[in-house]
Design a protein around this ligand. Structure first.
Ligand code: ATP
Length: 284
């Protein structure tokens, strides 16, 4: 098949070279100025203009090692193309053991994810869809938070959709899962709160260390829809799957507190994941 060649730039990709698919996009391997890149192709009529613009504007404003970079944007009458730095795999692939390339040591991987998310928060955004599929792994084994389709500026009261990301909800905070039953004012507060991302990242940390397990799934039972019910009812099984003296126990427990105000702040998580403090904890 002929490659897609942009009429306005040096972007090229092969339609059969698919790196992944999401609910709204197909991602292809391609090149820009001869350099390998990922091209995220979004069907224009599939998405409201506001959502399309949101992802590209947010990505353009980000510059951090642990946040996926956007290199170029263009569109034709049918599609928008977001040209992104190329990664090798997602954390989902790693957990499923489909990716066996370079990875940082576990505490450093957690540190990288927390640093990327903290940067996103520092720029005034809540990501709202932190899950293994949305953390990418670069060829050098650097972790990058990606997919800003549900990301939202906080503090801004807006007509922003209150919809919970579709698909897998097992990383959603309890207050986020119960959004439908809330008043508009409560919905606004929850959607604006960085604490929903911190809860998701806490679940993701556990899933990463335990290669697919979930802190709200009974050890040995499948990680399925019962997890969301356990999250809502505060049934956490962390202590059955990880010893209390594990360097990450307190951190994950703190990040997955039921009450948003009680959840640990990312600054504290990042500090406790510095190599010196992890070493002290491991030697204690
Ligand atoms: N920069 C990249 N490098 C390599 N693969 C990528 C890259 N970006 C995305 N992918 C692959 O494409 C998949 C879909 O991408 P993405 O999550 O951005 O699409 P989406 O439609 O916004 O997804 P969602 O359904 O989560 O909203 C990812 O899970 C990953 O496998």
């Amino acid at each position: 098949m002929e490659p897609y060649e942009s009429p306005e730039s040096t972007m090229k990709f092969l339609r059969e070279h698919i790196l992944g698919r999401g609910a709204f996009a197909c991602v292809f391997g391609g090149t820009l100025n001869g350099i390998p890149v990922a091209v995220k192709r979004i069907q224009l009529h599939d998405l409201e203009a506001e959502i399309q613009a949101r992802e590209e504007n947010i990505l353009k404003s980000m510059d951090h090692e642990n946040v996926l970079k956007i290199l170029h944007i263009e569109e034709n009458e049918d599609f928008k193309f977001l040209v992104l730095e190329l990664c090798e795999a997602t954390l989902h692939d790693y957990i499923r053991r489909r990716y066996v390339g370079d990875m940082p040591p576990d505490p450093n991987a957690l540190h990288q994810m927390a640093s990327g998310l903290n940067y996103i928060h520092s720029k005034g955004f809540v990501h709202r869809n932190v899950k293994p599929e949305n953390v990418l792994i670069s060829a050098k084994g650097v972790l990058k938070i990606a997919d800003f389709g549900f990301c939202k500026p906080f503090r801004k009261t807006s007509s922003f959709s209150m919809v919970i990301p579709r698909g897998n909800r097992i990383y959603c905070a309890p207050e986020f899962l119960q959004l439908e039953s809330k008043t508009n004012e409560e919905k606004e507060k929850i959607n604006n709160d960085k604490a929903i991302d911190i809860f998701s990242l806490g679940c993701l940390f556990f899933c990463y260390i335990k290669m697919g397990d979930h802190p709200f799934a009974k050890p040995g039972s499948p990680v399925n829809y019962t997890v969301t019910s356990n999250i809502v009812h505060g049934k956490k099984y962390l202590h059955l799957a990880m010893t209390r003296d594990h360097y990450a126990f307190e951190i994950i427990d703190g990040m997955t507190q039921a009450v948003p105000e009680d959840r640990w702040k990312l600054e504290m998580v990042i500090e406790l994941l510095t190599p010196r403090l992890v070493k002290d904890k491991m030697n204690a």
